[in-house]
Design a protein around this ligand. Sequence first.
Ligand code: V47
Length: 442
Amino acid sequence: MQVSADPRLQRVIDKLAAGERLDEADGLAMFETHDVVGLGRLANAEKERRTGPFVAFVLNRQINPTNVCVLSCRFCDFAAKVGDDHAYELSLQQIRERVSEPIREVHVVGGMHTDWPFERYVEVLDVIRDANPTAQIKAYTAVEIDFFAHLEKISVDEVFERLEAAGMQAMPGGGAEVFSERIRGIMYKEKIGHERWLEIHEIAHRRGLRTNATLLYGHVETYEERVRHLLMLRDLQDKTGGFLSFIPLAFQPGYTNIVSRQASAIEDLRTIAASRLMLDNFPHIKAYWVMLGAETASMALQWGADDLDGTIGEELIAHAALASSPAGMTTHKLVKLIREAGRLPVQRDALYNVVGVYPAPGYETHWSQRQGGEGTDPVATRGEMADARALDVEHHGVHTWDLVGDDGREVRKLAATPIDQVPEEERWLPSTAAEPVVRELA
Ligand code: V47
């Protein structure tokens, strides 16, 4: 069993070994320990127990329909007022164009516009569904849902009814910030507090909608406040089981003058690890490369994270706050980051169904020789995957699966079978290697 020189972390190790649940004191111990390597090992063991060597990612696109917002949160560099130079509103046609590529998820979040009627937000979803029926829609934070309910003078359930009818399939975890009235008073006075945020997620879960949760850290919050935030999420998850993923968001200082620099990489990794261990009832912990930066996000995959979010297309919120990461990522780069962390890339959809496990280089060649032509998605079918696994074990060993061919080209260009020609039930990959992740991600 693992041993730590820090007696408080040792207590966490002992409790986990005994199958005991961690409490507030344990949470603090993890945030305060000097044995950050020991903490990382512990969280990594927990990640591996859940999803083995696999790390998921999604081909997605973020749509921020407008940055015009009725709120003026101190920490937000994204929001604008009508007439500001940087204020923008996407037309429905622009939204249509942005979601027409082969993606699996559209993540919609934006400002709460002073003049837009609720109908406009519904139309945004209508247009996305119409432009790309295979992409699942993860739309609108609890803050926006609350805003719509007030705007329309209808219940939260009625808001969900309208949005679900327009194609909403999941809800993102934004707007949670830190569940602390102290921080709300300093940073986002006009925004809903944690009780309303949790209430709206509970309503979503009762309707069968899966949602995510976030924590905005690295500004003026204390470790106690981070731990209490995690415990409140864990309590709701005990009640409903509706959360899919937790995403710690590293605050980007931008022009806000709240702090002079972003949290350190060690602080990021510590937060990922502590979240993995405290949130024992959350299926997934996401390393959000946009805010962590690609290198730290890749390291987080050895510190408890099992998900890297996605290709994104064009991120605007963190980049308004001067995030130094790129605005989007190619599949090739994401898969490379996952492989650099010694993990096996799995493509998922918004609801964590497995779309495909990436095959070995020899296998791509085999495909392209056998079928020729260009596919639209690097998915392996049931039978093909069994072959790939055999090939992999024979020639490369399981950790050498790769997305790119020897010439460095993406497998997408070589893949044999376009995803829409693969029957739905064949997209699940029951090879020995894929089984644990299929179970866990489902
Ligand atoms: O709610 C705003 C945060 C969130 C800054 O659910 C900032 O899968 C850092 O919630 N620095 C929106 N963060 C993003 C979000 C999200 C992202 C990826 C995946 C998912 C998911 C959700 O971004 C906001 C706010 O908490 N934010 N400004 C900033 N300067």
